[in-house]
Design a protein around this ligand. Sequence first.
Ligand SMILES: Cc1cc2nc3c(=O)[nH]c(=O)nc-3n(C[C@H](O)[C@H](O)[C@H](O)COP(=O)(O)OP(=O)(O)OC[C@H]3O[C@@H](n4cnc5c(N)ncnc54)[C@H](O)[C@@H]3O)c2cc1C
Length: 496
Amino acid sequence: MDCDLVIIGSGFGGSVVALRAAQAGMRVVVLERGARMDDAAFARLADGRDRLIVPAVGRAAPRADALRGGFLEVRTIPGLTGIVGRGVGGGSHHYTSVTVAARDDVFASGWPADWTAESMHPRYARVAERLRLAPIAAPSPQTRAIETLGGRLGAPTRRLPLALDPAAAPPTLPPGSGWRRDLIGWFRGDGAGARISLDDAYLRPAETLGAQLRPHCTVTRLGRATDGYRVEFIQRIAGRLVSAVLHAPRVVLAAGTLATVRLLLEARDVHRSLPRLSPALGCGFTTNGDFGAILLGPRVPFPDERSPVATAWIDFWEKDRLLLMDLGRLPIARRWLRRWLPAALRLRDWSRRFSLYAYTPAAPVAWIIGGMGAAAARGRLRLDRRGGMAHERQSRDNAFDRCMANRLRDVAQAAGATLLRLPLWLARLHPMTVHPLGGCGLADSPERGVCDPNGRAFGCPGLHVADGSVLPTPCGCPPSMTIAATAERIAEMLTQ
Ligand SMILES: Cc1cc2nc3c(=O)[nH]c(=O)nc-3n(C[C@H](O)[C@H](O)[C@H](O)COP(=O)(O)OP(=O)(O)OC[C@H]3O[C@@H](n4cnc5c(N)ncnc54)[C@H](O)[C@@H]3O)c2cc1C
């Protein structure tokens, strides 16, 4: 055996398990398809030597995937577009830093019997401690704008815990094309401090304890071997691809929901290397109710100042189990939009009020609002006849979508803004999500889910899953902290 444990993926699930296993004295190898996201990697993204956003359409071709750089992937499959991260530290480099526990009632149904809210509290506390979470010290203009809207709607608002160190300066980016720098700065929360990434909080401490972290290693195939598992991967070395294999008694899959479910579906149905995986694989997938909208020309005081991307949300949980989160102004082409959008809107005679407002230099042209909720519809990920992954919506209940649309309309009215959102039929036909969850749900039996309450895949002793795919229900809020807390619990069982 090459080591005690191979971990596939270094995001919120993988890095937590890497540190806890290394602390328990295990010989750990982490395989990550992306690069180390150091200053040099960000410089390459900023000046265009590396691609910022990698489109991935249709069937995943592992060799092509292994050659890609980038730090964000827009993966489009029939019935779904998911935006996911790639790089050492997974989603922690591009996420908006909101690291928040799910509401207690999320764990009341759909989770294994002993996964209660009380059992999650100490795990959430461990994550909060490592990521040094704190709500923004002084409310930004954006925060106050959201609080004004909440007040107008009679709904509570919340200032959000962020994994940002306000005292630290973010790394400087070399001069490059303006939009790339703007976008990277937006993702990293530049101007509001420095991101506390998983590299800082978990991966470097794990490496100090002897864990081996191997970037540019894309896992392509998983199968049984004598006394354990065989993990096949392609490693990129100086632009060339080299095939390699690792053997270990235990494997933790933490490649993020879409990649984990795909690797397991292929292992069960194409290579037949793990034929005993549960028939529930791919079921219970959810977009976490993600729904984005743009408020054009909101009439709330909103000076043009640097602020973290997301700082607060309006809380509609009590009645509708959903939240509407402020995601800042359109990051890329703010200046550009100011120039053409008012003219375009005047041409169509949409709104004189808006065009006047948008000409005011300090006015934000477009304010992004992200909605999510726990009552979101469920879907199923499956392989089609050509071996590509596809998504189909399972539930026919549209009540959540209508509710989300109504709440967005209320917020736009309260803001005196024009609402831009996708029509509901399109959002149902082809949802877009930055929070793909489920498909390998934790459950008390293989009929109900793919992993047992300790994250062990039913029918495959020694194979564990610890990423967003194990969440058996939507958490209805940004999920990174719930994924990390779940991984804390899975790691406790794994290392005992
Ligand atoms: C723009 C954006 C903003 C977001 N903002 C927030 C936020 O503010 N708060 C929040 O809670 N969530 C946010 N999210 C969601 C959050 O990033 C994800 O929920 C989280 O990263 C998922 O964690 P994970 O461990 O499941 O997977 P990831 O963090 O995605 O990690 C999976 C890792 O596995 C690697 N991998 C994949 N396939 C392979 C393979 N075959 N071999 C080797 N490695 C592989 C990937 O490169 C990746 O690094 C945001 C997402 C996006 C896109």
